[in-house]
Design a protein around this ligand. Structure first.
Ligand code: APR
Ligand code: MG
Length: 193
C-alpha cells in the first residue's frame, strides 16, 4: 500500500463502497522470561508468516456479512489463529490507526492479553482453519538486540513485511513502551504522513 495515507477512523468509515476494509491486530502479553537466562524477553508480541512469504499481523478483509469492522476482525482472528482467539474480543477501543489506499483501507488494532491467553493461541494455532494455507506459522518478535548489534529486533526488521506492517509494529512498540530504552541502537521512528 505504497500510496496510502493516514486517516481518522470516522473519515475511513465515510469513504464509501469503492474500497474494501481490512483489519489486523497486534496481540501481545507481558513475558517475564529470560533468553539464555539473562536477556529479558519483556513481552511476547505475535506476528505471522503469511501465505505470500511476508510477515504480517493476523486479520484480514471485512466481509459484507460482518456487522462491524471488529466483528470482521474477530472472525478473521478465529479463522487464522483458531478457537483460542474466541476467549477474548478485540474491540473499538483497541483501534490505533487507519490508512486509506486506492482500493483498501487498512485498520490496525493492538490488544493486550495475558501470557496464558497468548500461549493458548500459539498452542491452538495448528488447528486453525487457515493453518498451512493463509497462515504458515506464528512467530514472536524479538524485542532485544544481541551484543553484535544486529541479532534480535534489528535482524527481524530485515524481513519482508506486508503493507505497512513493519511501520505498525515499530509504532506500537514505541507507543506502548515495549522496547527497553536504547535496546535498538540507531532505530528511528518511521515517518508517517
Ligand atoms: N498493513 C496494511 N495492509 C495490510 C496489512 C498491514 N499490516 N496486512 C495485510 N494488509 C493488506 C493486504 O495487502 C491485503 O490487501 O490487507 C489486505 C487484506 O489482508 P489479508 O490478511 O491478506 O486478507 P485475508 O482476508 O486474511 O485473506 C487473504 O486475500 O488476496 C486475497 O485471495 C487472497 O484469500 C486471500 C485473502
Ligand atoms: Mg489475513
Amino acid at each position: 500500500m505504497a500510496e496510502s495515507r493516514r486517516v481518522e477512523l470516522a473519515e475511513a468509515l465515510a469513504l464509501g463502497p469503492g474500497r474494501r476494509h481490512a483489519c489486523h491486530a497486534l496481540l501481545y502479553a507481558p513475558d517475564p522470561g529470560l533468553l539464555f537466562g539473562r536477556i529479558p524477553l519483556r513481552y511476547a508480541v505475535l506476528m505471522q508468516m503469511r501465505f505470500d512469504g511476508r510477515l504480517g499481523f493476523p486479520g484480514g478483509f471485512v466481509d459484507a456479512g460482518d456487522g462491524s469492522l471488529e466483528d470482521g476482525l474477530n472472525r478473521e482472528l478465529r479463522e487464522e489463529l483458531g478457537e483460542a482467539a474466541a476467549a477474548f474480543r478485540v474491540g473499538r477501543g483497541d483501534h490505533r490507526s487507519s490508512r486509506a489506499g486506492p482500493r483498501v483501507v487498512a485498520h490496525f488494532y493492538v490488544r493486550r492479553l495475558t501470557l496464558e491467553q497468548l500461549e493458548a493461541v500459539e498452542a491452538g494455532a495448528p488447528r486453525a482453519r487457515e493453518h498451512g494455507r493463509e497462515v504458515l506459522g506464528l512467530v514472536r518478535v524479538p524485542l532485544y538486540t544481541l551484543r553484535d548489534g544486529v541479532g534480535g529486533l534489528p535482524a527481524f526488521l530485515e524481513n519482508s513485511f506486508i503493507g505497512t506492517a513493519r511501520e505498525q509494529l515499530l509504532e506500537a512498540l514505541q507507543d506502548l513502551g515495549l522496547l527497553a530504552s536504547g535496546s535498538v541502537p540507531g532505530l528511528q521512528s518511521p515517518a508517517s504522513p
